[in-house]
Design a protein around this ligand. Structure first.
Ligand code: FE
Ligand code: FE
Length: 265
């Protein structure tokens, strides 16, 4: 699957929020945009970034994450293992290097947060900066009227509490599987891969070109990496399931080579 290019066709029909495949998507964003506040993000970082919730191998984490269907995704009604394999297979078919393919395979493993009891609105969906104005280009932007941060005067300008060019490292992004997995795998993958993982859900940044004033040179390079990654994440989605018997041995070995020991989650 993903080897004939056919799965990359029909590009315009993905991320169609006016006709989502499941009507849970808008309800998902109502919750997400209502509850993702600056203070919420700070609290979740304190709760999770000590990485003391579980020790498991990357393969075990992939299997755990695969028990989930993502409510924020208008396109996808398959399990996460299918999505992981489809993404990675499309990269492999394009001749991308092993670090790129393994990044495709594991990029959503941070969704194990749901299995640790987090609601989906705190794990998946597009990410965006807090502590400054919400971009009108974020999906379902109008639902930010429900967000308590919309009433905080210091957060209402384009820069908000930040300095121009401060870098995304200093910016509190809405909490979810991107930042979490970035921290889990920080010592195991090259910087390009880490950028893909950390910002793949930041569509307002990497697709819409918003929030540039918060970014530095490194961020611009990071988002260029994300733009290489993103088509595989989006357009490899297909109801055709990869032949697991054929591809799993390859992926087990690939994961083993990048993540030889159990990881702290
Ligand atoms: Fe994701
Ligand atoms: Fe994904």
């Amino acid at each position: 699957m993903g080897s004939n290019g056919a799965t990359l066709a029909g590009v315009a029909s993905f991320r169609d929020y006016d006709a989502p495949a499941r009507d849970t998507v808008r309800e998902f964003y109502r919750l997400n945009h209502s509850h993702q506040t600056f203070d919420f993000v700070r609290a979740k970082k304190r709760q999770y970034l000590g990485l003391d919730h579980k020790v498991m191998t990357m393969w075990e984490a992939l299997e755990l994450a695969s028990t989930l269907v993502d409510d924020s995704d208008p396109d996808l009604d398959l399990g996460q293992m299918e999505h992981a394999l489809q993404t990675a297979e499309a990269m492999r078919a394009d001749g991308r290097p092993p670090w790129f393919v393994v990044t495709g395979l594991v990029h959503d493993v941070g969704k194990v947060l749901c299995l640790f009891g987090e609601p989906q609105w705190a794990v998946v969906g597009d990410t965006f900066p807090l502590g400054c104005a919400f971009s009108p280009k974020i999906v379902y932007h109008e639902l930010f009227a429900l967000n308590p941060d919309s009433g905080v005067p210091a957060y209402q300008s384009p820069l908000g509490i930040y300095e121009e060019g401060c870098g995304l490292d200093r910016v509190e992004m809405s909490w979810g599987h991107d930042e979490y997995l970035f921290r889990v795998v920080a010592d195991h993958l090259p910087p390009e891969a880490l950028a893909m993982i950390r910002y793949h859900s930041f569509y307002a940044g990497h697709r819409e070109g918003e929030y540039c004033r918060l970014m530095n040179e490194r961020d611009l390079e990071a988002l260029a990496q994300v733009r290489l990654f993103s088509p595989y994440d989006l357009y490899s989605k297909s109801p055709i399931r990869p032949d697991r018997g054929k591809v799993l041995p390859y992926y087990r070995e690939l994961v083993e080579s990048f993540f030889p020991r159990p990881l702290r989650f």
